[in-house]
Design a protein around this ligand. Sequence first.
Ligand SMILES: Cc1cc2nc3c(=O)[nH]c(=O)nc-3n(C[C@H](O)[C@H](O)[C@H](O)COP(=O)(O)OP(=O)(O)OC[C@H]3O[C@@H](n4cnc5c(N)ncnc54)[C@H](O)[C@@H]3O)c2cc1C
Length: 386
Amino acid sequence: MDFSLTEEQREVRDWVRTFVRKEIMPLEPEVLRRERAGKPGLEQSELRELQLKAKESGFWGVLTPEEYGGMNLGAVMAALLEAELGRSFIQFRFGGSADNILFYGNDEQKETYLKPTIAGDRKSCFAITEPGAGSDARAIRATARRDGDDWIINGEKTFITGGNEADFTMVFAITDKEKGGVTCFLVDREMGWKSQPIDTMGEWGPAALTFDNVRVPHRNILGEEGRGFELAMRWIGQGRYLLPARAIGACERLLEMGIEYARTRETFGLPIAERQAIQWMIADSAVEIEALRWLVLHAAWQVDQKLDSRQAQSMAKLYGGVKANEIVDRVLQIHGGMGYTRELPVERWYRELRLLRIYEGTDEIQRRTIARNLLKGHASVSGVLG
Ligand SMILES: Cc1cc2nc3c(=O)[nH]c(=O)nc-3n(C[C@H](O)[C@H](O)[C@H](O)COP(=O)(O)OP(=O)(O)OC[C@H]3O[C@@H](n4cnc5c(N)ncnc54)[C@H](O)[C@@H]3O)c2cc1C
């Protein structure tokens, strides 16, 4: 069993570590200042500029196949890079990627939707959740009715990430009520859907989308008619390990901040680092970060090996969400009153990391998946080692 990184993995990881330190972290004070003033931390043009800077060094499309100009680095490498990016609260992503399900499009759809999204010229959003259907995604009510060569879509979607910025959406609607058939449609904003921002406790907000008799050509069906649910599950399932991967970096940075503060902050004549209460918080956090790292890398490794990684991904997502929230809470506690202020990014991370327990499958839904896999015999308590 070899837990070491290859030379190439180390080199790529180190490049990203340096990029984050030199290009992203210096922007943090300004991003915090802007956010405190109720403005976006990073303008789209600034994000694009950073992405192009990374592209000059070849960083473009971490998981995108080479035939589409990507690096196709694989899941383990993607997880390692995501952890590095997570060390800053700035929501930077490398350019050159697109939602995995867009690769299921036909040639025409790839030209119109996939390639421009990879190039950064178009923005997509994934719309399945509705006011009455989140965890229970099969309970969606949005409908699409056939009308000649078109479909007419009606319904409401909610909490759609990027829904305000997207110029097209991958929307899921019922096309066969009797059989419960759901179909995915590629719908341009010009076709008539509307979006409304939703305020959240985080620094960015998703959107509510409204479809009021939106007419969409039949050729805009993504995948097969009636098989949209499978696409939706593929979208959600494939990259689940990337969310807790990002949390690894956030937790590492937060713990480093906590350690630094504990060394310098004195009470009753001693640095608080001398107190067992503080040491235990530091120790527990370090152990949990280490455990999270291996859960994430193991899930990513299973993806690369083309094994059924669903159990491992659910475990990594659940553990990441729960532990990142415990760790940020401890680090805030170590900082005392300062942790609660907006001068430090700790409270910002506290708000941001809370989302990890909710989207792309809540804690409870991950637990449900994990338990059901065990109860039905699809997974073993001994994991892949058997
Ligand atoms: C910021 C943000 C971004 C998002 N981005 C997107 C997006 O881009 N696209 C998209 O389609 N959706 C998106 N979502 C929606 C997200 O996936 C859902 O909010 C999430 O799946 C939970 O659904 P819900 O909010 O309807 O909660 P519900 O499903 O109503 O759940 C409410 C509570 O009940 C619990 N619960 C539900 N069922 C069970 C059960 N069987 N057993 C035990 N407990 C249960 C849940 O865990 C939760 O605690 C986003 C949400 C947020 C907040």
